[in-house]
Every structure is written in structure tokens, then in C-alpha cells.
Ligand binder design. Sequence first.
Ligand SMILES: [Zn+2]
Length: 297
Amino acid sequence: MGAMRSDHLFLSSSASPLTRRSTLLAALAALALPASRVAAATSSPGVWPKALQVPGGVARLSLGPAAVRPVAYAGDVPLLVLGDAAEWTAIVGIPLSAEPGEASIAVETPGGRRTLPYTISPKRYSEQRLKVEPRTVDLSPEDQARYERERTHQALVMATLTEPPHTQVLRMRAPTPGRRSSSFGLRRVFNGQPRNPHSGMDIAAATGTAVVSPLPARVIDTGDYFFNGNTVWLDHGGGLLSLMCHLSATDVKPGDMLKTGERLGEVGATGRVTGPHLHWGVMLNRTMVDPALFLDA
Ligand SMILES: [Zn+2]
């Protein structure tokens, strides 16, 4: 059963676009395009984000060739579309709350609107029990009101949509050195009470360790939030965002442009935490996905 699942996942996410690409390359060769153009298209430098069609994962859906970048949607949320005229790919963030089974995106081209189906495989995330300050689980009326204001503000930040990144390779640099927990997706129970699943990667590091940008970015929000503590939101383009939480210090302000590896603040223990660490979130189409899919290992 497990083996069949992974085979199916492999076939649906990788093999068919590759087959399509080979056919396309044969067609391009037949058209006698310059050799360098074809050679560039056949080199396979690795793929980031990695495709993993499960709740909290990423689907890479082939949209085929088109003269202009197609526009694609999950529901009414625009998707990141990468590529060039020879082959476009929709990079789809799959919500942790998604039901396994058939899903689809909509693709708009000058010819009209079509539906592109894909399959979400099940993934069972385990449970994590945490002990935190009681006031961060049973919120006072003041804290509840503050949290709701912050949630409204964050929703605006998360809707940021700018031009797609210039690069096709969205391989990210780990934002801080340290042990990376595989806690993405864990169903969390705080002081015995179930809460939202863990939607990022925790990296253990001492307070004061530098936090850097994982890709070129524009800073779109900074603030001190009830659960997330000192926070920096980064826009990498095309609806791909990073979230850095619990910082002890922030060095940047909205509008700042950062290169990959450029410092934005320091690891800390602000907000709802059990100790100093970086919480790193990665968002695609307003959906938190597993940051590990953007890293080398
Ligand atoms: Zn976390």
C-alpha cells in the first residue's frame, strides 16, 4: 500500500511533466532551435521546492508551453507560475487542512479557462504536547482583542502579491544555523488544549544568533505579535513569503531589500515559546507549506 502510494505520487508529480518535456524538446529540435537553447532546457540542476503532494506540501503542475505566463488560481487565490515560453509550471501550496483525494487548480489562457486536476495523498502528522505560560493558552479579554487585531493585520500582509521571482530555482538558504526540527504539521496540544497545527520549521539556536534572508526579499512587515513575538515578514515575489518569529532583535523595516544571506535580526524567545529558537514559516498562495521542501537536505 505504502509503495503503491509513493509510486503513484512519483508518476503524477514527476513523470508526466518530464514526458511532456521530452516530447516538447523533440519538437523544439525538429524546429532547429539554436543548440544552446535546447541544451539549457535539458540540463536538470535540481528542483526547488521539491514536489510533495500531501497536506502542507507543494504540487508542481505542468501548464505546458505558452507565449505569455499563464495565470492560475487555487480557488480565487493566484498561484506562483514559473518557467518560460517552452514550459510553465504552477507551484501550488497545499493547505495542512486539505482533504486527501482529488483537487484542482484553474488555468486562464487567451483561449479560455480550464481546470487542471491533481491528487493529494494522505499524510499523518503526529501530535506534540507542549507546556507554555497559561496566559498564552487561555487568553484574557485584552489579549484576545489584541490577537484578533493582529490576525486582521496579518491577513493583509499574507495577501501580498508582487511580481514572481526572477529565478526558476527557489532553493532557499537556511535562515539560521542549528538543529532543524521536523515539527512541521504536528497537531499541537498546549497545556492539554488542542490548538492549530504547527505551520513552520523550528530551528534551535541560542538567543542572539543571526537570522538571514533565505532568498532575495523585500521586508513587508515587522512587529511584536502576541503569539509570534518579534516578527519579520519577507516577500520573495509571486506570493512566496517567509515568516521569521520569536526574534530577540530586528534589524530591518518594511521596504528594506535583502539579498540571500543578508541579516534581518537575531534568534530569541519572544511570544509563545518554550525556549529560544527561530520559527520559520514559508507561504505560497496564502498557504503555509513545509520549509524543508525549499532546502537541500
Ligand atoms: Zn514553531
